[in-house]
Design a binder for this molecule. Structure first.
Ligand SMILES: [Zn+2]
Length: 332
C-alpha cells in the first residue's frame, strides 16, 4: 500500500530528505550537496539519499505515495522539464570559476528524478514555502501574500488572488534580483545593487567585514557604531524592496523567514517596518509584515505541502507532525 510521502529540500549547501506517514515524520537525513562529478551528480544524490532514508526507516520504495521537491532555483524549461541553472551550484555559471568544482551549465533535476518516481512535484524552495504557509501557516484564509526569506540569499514566493504565481519558467518571486540601487556591489546573478546583494546575510557580513552576518548582529547588540550603520542600511533596503514588491502586487501580508531574519527579528522587523510604512501610504498602510510561524520546519513542510493528499491536511493541522519530527541524521 502506498502510504508515505517523501519531502526533498535542496539547497546550495545541504540536501535534506524526509519521509512522513499520515501520523508523523518518521525520518530525516541531511548531507552536504555534492558538487563534483557530472551534471547528474545532484539528482543521483537525491535518489541515493531517498534509498538510505527508506532503508533506515524500513520503507519499501513501492510504498511511496508521492515525492515533493523544493529546490534552489532559478530554472530553465526545456521539453517540459525544469532544469536548475544556478550560479550557486553550477560552476560554468559562477563568476569565480574556481569556487565551485564543476563545469555544469544546468542540472537535469526534474528529468532525472521523473525517471525514478512517478508521482513527483517539483518547485522552487520559496514557492514550496509559500505553499506551506498557505496550507499550514500565516497564509491560511488569505488570497494575497508573499513569503520572503532573508538568509544567505534573498528569495520569495507569491500567492496572488488565491493562486501561487509561477510564471513561464517557474521563476516568479525571485525578488532577490530586483534592482534597488543604481550603484552597488555585484550579485551572484550578475546584477549590481539588487535586493540580495544589498540585504542578504552575505551582504551584511561583507559590509561589516566579518565572516558571518551573526557577528554583525552581536556587535549591533553591543551598540557598535559600524554594525548599527550596516544593519540599519540593510533593513532600510529590505523595507524598500518590500515596498517595490507591494507596489506591483497590492498584497495583504509579507511573511518573512530565513535564518538571518529569524535569529534577529527583534532587531530587523521594527527597522524594516519603519522604512516600509514610510513608502506611499495609500499602498503600504494596510499591509502586515510578520515573521513566519513555521520557519524552523519550512524546508520539510514546504516539500511535503506540494504533494500532501487533501484528506491528510486537516489531520496535519491538528497534530503538526513537523513539531515532533526526529532529529536529522547527518550523513557524510
Ligand atoms: Zn541578484
Amino acid at each position: 500500500m502506498k502510504k508515505y510521502l517523501v519531502g526533498v529540500d535542496i539547497g546550495g549547501t545541504n540536501m535534506r530528505v524526509s519521509i512522513a506517514s499520515q501520523e508523523k515524520i518518521i525520518i530525516k537525513v541531511v548531507q552536504k550537496t555534492k558538487l563534483e562529478g557530472d551534471e547528474h551528480t545532484v539528482p543521483n544524490q537525491v535518489v541515493s539519499l531517498i534509498d538510505i532514508a527508506c532503508q533506515r526507516a524500513e520503507v519499501q520504495k513501492e510504498e511511496i505515495l508521492a515525492l515533493g521537491v523544493g529546490t534552489i532555483g532559478p530554472f530553465k524549461k526545456r521539453n517540459g522539464f525544469l532544469y536548475v541553472v544556478t550560479a550557486n551550484i553550477c560552476g560554468a555559471l559562477a563568476k569565480e570559476r574556481d569556487v565551485i568544482p564543476n563545469n555544469w551549465k544546468e542540472i537535469p533535476l526534474q528529468k532525472d528524478l521523473s525517471e525514478h518516481y512517478g508521482n513527483l512535484r517539483f518547485d522552487n524552495d520559496c514557492v514550496a514555502a509559500v505553499n506551506a504557509e498557505r496550507i499550514f501557516g500565516a497564509g491560511q484564509h488569505k488570497d494575497n501574500f508573499v513569503y520572503v526569506t532573508i538568509s544567505t540569499g534573498v528569495g520569495g514566493g507569491i500567492v496572488q488572488d488565491g493562486k501561487i504565481i509561477r510564471g513561464k519558467n517557474a521563476n516568479a518571486g525571485h525578488i532577490g534580483h530586483i534592482y534597488i540601487a543604481e550603484d552597488g556591489p555585484q550579485c551572484g546573478c550578475g546584477n549590481y545593487g539588487d535586493f540580495e546583494v544589498l540585504c542578504s546575510g552575505l551582504a551584511i557580513a561583507r559590509d561589516y567585514g566579518s565572516k558571518t552576518a551573526e557577528e554583525a548582529f552581536v556587535a549591533y547588540r553591543n551598540k557598535e557604531d559600524k554594525a548599527i550603520k550596516v544593519i540599519q542600511r540593510a533593513a532600510r533596503n529590505i523595507g524598500r524592496g518590500l515596498a517595490s514588491v507591494n507596489a506591483i502586487l497590492d498584497t495583504e501580508l509579507f511573511i518573512i523567514g530565513g535564518g538571518v531574519f529569524m535569529n534577529n527579528k527583534d532587531i530587523l522587523l521594527p527597522l524594516i517596518k519603519e522604512e516600509f510604512y514610510r513608502s506611499f501610504p495609500t499602498l503600504s498602510e494596510e499591509v502586515e509584515i510578520i515573521p513566519s510561524p513555521l520557519e524552523d520546519y519550512l524546508g520539510d513542510i514546504g516539500a511535503f505541502s506540494l504533494v500532501i493528499p487533501k484528506d491528510w491536511i486537516e489531520h496535519w493541522k491538528n497534530i503538526k507532525p513537523w513539531t515532533t519530527a526526529p532529529k536529522p541524521i547527518k550523513l557524510n
